[in-house]
Design a protein around this ligand. Structure first.
Ligand SMILES: Cc1cc2nc3c(=O)[nH]c(=O)nc-3n(C[C@H](O)[C@H](O)[C@H](O)COP(=O)(O)OP(=O)(O)OC[C@H]3O[C@@H](n4cnc5c(N)ncnc54)[C@H](O)[C@@H]3O)c2cc1C
Ligand SMILES: NC(=O)c1ccc[n+]([C@@H]2O[C@H](COP(=O)([O-])OP(=O)(O)OC[C@H]3O[C@@H](n4cnc5c(N)ncnc54)[C@H](OP(=O)(O)O)[C@@H]3O)[C@@H](O)[C@H]2O)c1
Length: 495
């Protein structure tokens, strides 16, 4: 009997997982809670742009058409759906996964149907691919000091997720003429600050309160070098120690490591850590155009504060006698992707495997499989600096895994490998480690996947090209299965 495969989520991860599973002859079903495909890209705020240049962020066999002029797209405008629509069930919210029996493992996928509301359904499958997204669904709401929580505040508090869910006109209406404070210093915070400044100008400045100052790039160049040359070629990878590396790589990385950049003195808005540390831990961010002009003109104010509390008029921040007055506080404080993944299991054993009691991040073999949870894969939890590129590679590998093309290591060997990768990631992120990220060694990571499935990891022609040229989605093209596709726009995707 054919293996029944369920995919949860129809964002980029779910679509790719489906595409590659189909190409191997499986007939997976995607369960999607919303009414459309594309995941979080359906709910981005007006100022959102891709952080990657268009030539780096596309499906390997489907580059952007020449009519797309923007270098950093204002959200992807079309989805290649590879004729997957027959496999997608929308309005199907998977409420939990349970196991029918442990000897011959079958998953029961419980669905809560949104339309008609409240109807429960169950599906029995042999394999589950969880693609529910790390940055959606469950917001990370900070804990505030006692008696200084949002309940004492006279204004409105919302999370960036709620703001993103609003249509652009309602969002602009909400912030118009208001004093806005934003908590957070990463991409959502910066985009929100920019958007508020655009609407309100210097009359109602928007304040962004940063617990940690991060490196924020005004363009995709750093010191005259395109930043992808710092992480997407093999020469750059020589600077870093890599999990499973041999003596030569280890010796070279030890000699070259000092080039990695040292910490700067903590001062005003200069990050206390090296630029490459942020980059290697996927914390680097691209600023919206002319962001600093808005800071100079006074439309945006940047403040630093380790602790933050609410009072009736606004926020209490470090070193200031008077509260920061605000009408609206937006928490751009990220998501609990780890907890969301844990919550989907009914079994406390699996819950504990996926996220131990003391951990806040999930460790997966090849960033895909949990060594102790059989017949299940997770796509889209670990990050890279170009997620579409990495997600596609993972889905290719997973299709071969489903097809049992390669011999799988023992649980013990997998756990050893997982530990080596964790060690590498924590080493470079240091105290800023926020979750798995293959940022600086994306090619090394792809090499491991290629070797597993029996493909040549060297994708370039000649020694110098291999060392210096940038790697990108096109390099693994011929590994891509060829199946029919159609181009649709998000508007047409409402099934
Ligand atoms: C605003 C924003 C901008 C980003 N920009 C970039 C960028 O420029 N470059 C980059 O490399 N990365 C970027 N990222 C990272 C981003 O996470 C990935 O690029 C990618 O889009 C993630 O796709 P995904 O399919 O894993 O998750 P998502 O797009 O979040 O999709 C998850 C899907 O699962 C569905 N779902 C969740 N739970 C359930 C359930 N229980 N049952 C059924 N369905 C469910 C959701 O409805 C959703 O459709 C960005 C992230 C955010 C939040
Ligand atoms: N392409 C785009 O334009 C775009 C737009 C938005 C988001 N994204 C992506 O989406 C993902 C999520 O981004 P995000 O910005 O929403 O979340 P995030 O990267 O998780 O950042 C959360 C921010 O909130 C701060 N924070 C968390 N708890 C706090 C607390 N208790 N007190 C004060 N500050 C606190 C964090 O501070 P610390 O830094 O101190 O931890 C951090 O600055 C990222 O991958 C990002 O690249 C991309």
């Amino acid at each position: 009997m054919e293996k029944r495969v369920a995919i949860i989520g129809a964002g980029i991860s779910g679509l790719l997982a489906c595409k590659y599973a189909l190409a191997k002859g499986f007939h997976p079903t995607i369960f999607e809670a919303q009414d459309c495909v594309g995941g979080l890209w359906n709910h981005t705020i007006e100022s959102t742009k891709l952080q990657n240049a268009k030539q780096d962020f596309h499906f390997s066999d489907f580059p952007w058409p020449s009519s797309v002029q923007e270098m950093f797209l204002t959200t992807p405008k079309s989805w290649t759906t590879f004729d997957l629509m027959l496999n997608i069930l929308v309005y199907y919210l998977v409420s939990n996964l349970s196991q029918r029996n442990h000897a011959n493992l079958l998953y029961i996928v419980s669905i809560l149907l949104n339309v008609p509301k409240g109807l429960l359904k169950e599906y029995v499958v042999e394999f589950v691919i969880v693609c529910t997204g790390r940055f959606c669904g469950l917001p990370d709401i900070p804990e505030f000091p006692q008696d200084q929580g949002p309940e004492v505040f006279g204004g409105k508090v919302l999370h960036s997720m709620e703001y993103s869910a609003m249509d652009n006109a309602s969002a602009a209406e909400l912030i118009k003429g208001k004093n806005i404070a934003i908590i957070g210093s990463k991409k959502s915070a910066v985009d929100l600050a920019y958007e508020c400044a655009d609407v309100n100008g210097a009359d109602n400045p928007c304040t962004m309160i940063q617990r940690t100052v991060h490196w924020m790039l005004p363009s995709n160049y750093a010191w005259g070098v395109r930043i992808d040359f710092l992480y997407l070629n093999r020469l750059a990878e020589l600077l870093v120690h890599k999990p499973g590396e041999g003596f030569l790589h280890s010796a070279l990385a030890s000699i070259l490591s000092p080039l990695m950049g040292t910490s700067l003195e903590e001062d005003k808005m200069i990050p206390p850590h090296g630029f490459l540390q942020d980059m290697y831990s996927c914390q680097i961010l691209m600023l919206p155009p002319n962001f600093y002009d808005r800071v100079v003109e006074g439309s945006n104010v940047l403040k630093k504060s380790k602790s933050i509390g609410f009072c009736r008029e606004g926020l209490i921040i470090d070193g200031e006698d008077q509260p920061l007055k605000a009408d609206i506080v937006i928490l751009a404080t990220g998501y609990r992707g780890d907890q969301k993944l844990k919550n989907i299991f009914t079994s406390p054993i699996f819950q504990n495997y996926i996220l131990g009691p003391s951990s806040s991040t999930i460790s997966l073999y090849r960033q895909i499989i949990h060594p102790r949870i059989p017949q299940l894969a997770v796509i889209g939890y670990s990050e890279s600096l170009n997620n579409l590129y990495t997600l596609e590679m993972k889905c290719r590998w997973l299709a071969y895994f489903l097809d049992q093309t390669f011999q799988f290591p023992s649980t013990k060997e997998m756990e050893k490998d997982v530990a080596a990768w964790d060690k590498y990631m924590k080493r470079y992120a240091g105290k800023y480690y926020g979750g798995p990220c293959v940022g600086a060694i994306n090619i090394w990571y792809n090499d491991q996947l290629c070797k597993d499935i029996g493909c040549n990891p060297r994708r370039k022609k000649g020694f110098y090209s291999e060392l210096i040229e940038l790697y990108g989605p096109g390099d693994y093209m011929e590994l891509a299965p060829q199946i029919l596709r159609t181009e649709t726009s998000p508007e047409n995707n409402n099934l």
